[in-house]
Ligand binder design. Structure first.
Ligand code: GDP
Length: 301
């Protein structure tokens, strides 16, 4: 998996150096491992948890070599990762017959929200789905234009209003139109301004309530997009959005440009929200369904 090359070299290059020339796992080696995980943005709490588990196993097994350390680390990491377990024939979404499957997409500006919606729409259209996109980020004219470019490229229908319109009204129109036209999937873009917690909560709640008026159980999914290259910032954003609304899945972008893909491990562990997609490039095909086993395989190679 080319997209995770930098993370692999980052985490496991450092790990290889930490264990080089030492045959037995000892305190010093675990200290080095701890530093590798923290500098790869796994996060302090999750790192401490991993190191404690490994220490317990070292104490029990008495002797452990660096090869065994690596395979135990691999087990520990896969146990912490949360993936979604839904169907793969509609690019990971649990699309059912009858009513459109509605995904509300949230996240701050610049994390790759528009790109992720565009890539997702394109892959769904390719899988034979009829896709509607709602431009409910009405604060930036450029955001609406950029989303339109992606919608056209993907072969999706976009519903929009003028800049400054009420986001909830755009979401309402989009769902109405999607239902009337027999759409399979609706992707709703939302504004990425992180003002105060109450403001964010009110805005997202208003959009959710209006959607439920058209389709009672919508949104079926609230997907938070995080930029994987921002490390601790991504943790902070996950905290703010999970405080403001119920987030049900994550898309972690820009993992191709960073050695800090460890952020996926920490966020998975801390927030217990499944990672549905990872972004590993700007291209239309560079959004992948997150698979725990593939991820760990890519890292440990
Ligand atoms: P938004 O403000 O959240 O809607 O962010 P955009 O979708 O406009 O993306 C911001 C920038 O990040 C753009 O230049 C995208 O091409 C880039 N981008 C998004 N996803 C990825 C990714 O997975 N890898 C890389 N390398 N760039 C990405």
């Amino acid at each position: 998996n080319e997209g995770l090359k930098k993370t692999k070299e980052g985490i496991f290059g450092k790990l290889a150096r930490a264990v080089a020339g030492r045959s037995q796992v000892d305190e010093a080696m675990l200290d080095d491992l701890e530093e590798v995980l923290i500098t790869s943005d796994v996060g302090v709490d999750t790192t401490v948890k991993i190191i404690r588990n490994i220490e317990a196993r070292v104490a029990r097994d008495k002797y452990m070599n660096s090869g065994e350390l690596k395979s135990i680390l691999r087990e520990e990491i896969s146990a912490l990762l949360q993936q979604s377990d839904s169907r793969r024939d509609s690019f990971g979404l649990d699309v059912k017959e009858g009513a459109p499957y509605v995904v509300m997409v949230v996240g701050v500006n610049g994390v790759g929200k528009t790109t992720t919606i565009g890539k997702l729409a394109a892959q769904l259209v390719r899988a034979g789905k009829k896709v509607y996109i709602g431009a409910a980020d009405t604060f930036r004219a450029a955001a609406i234009d950029q989303l339109q470019v992606w919608a056209d490229r993907a072969g999706a229908t976009m519903i929009k209003q003028e800049m400054g319109a009420d986001p909830a009204s755009v979401a309402f129109d989009t769902l109405k139109s999607a239902v009337a036209n027999g759409a399979d999937v609706v992707l709703i873009d939302t504004a990425g301004r992180l003002h105060n917690k109450v403001g964010l909560m009110n805005e997202l709640t208003k959009i959710r309530n209006v959607m439920a008026k058209v389709i009672p159980d919508a949104p079926h999914e609230v997907m938070l997009v995080l930029d994987g290259s921002t490390g601790q910032n991504a943790f902070e954003q996950a905290r703010q959005f999970t405080d403001a609304t119920q987030v049900t899945s994550l898309a972690v972008t820009k993992l191709d440009g960073t050695a800090k893909g460890g952020v996926i491990i920490g966020i998975s562990d801390q927030f217990r929200i499944p990672v549905r997609y990872i972004g590993i490039g700007e291209g239309i095909d560079q959004l992948k369904i997150f698979d725990r086993q593939e991820f760990v395989n890519a890292l440990f190679g």
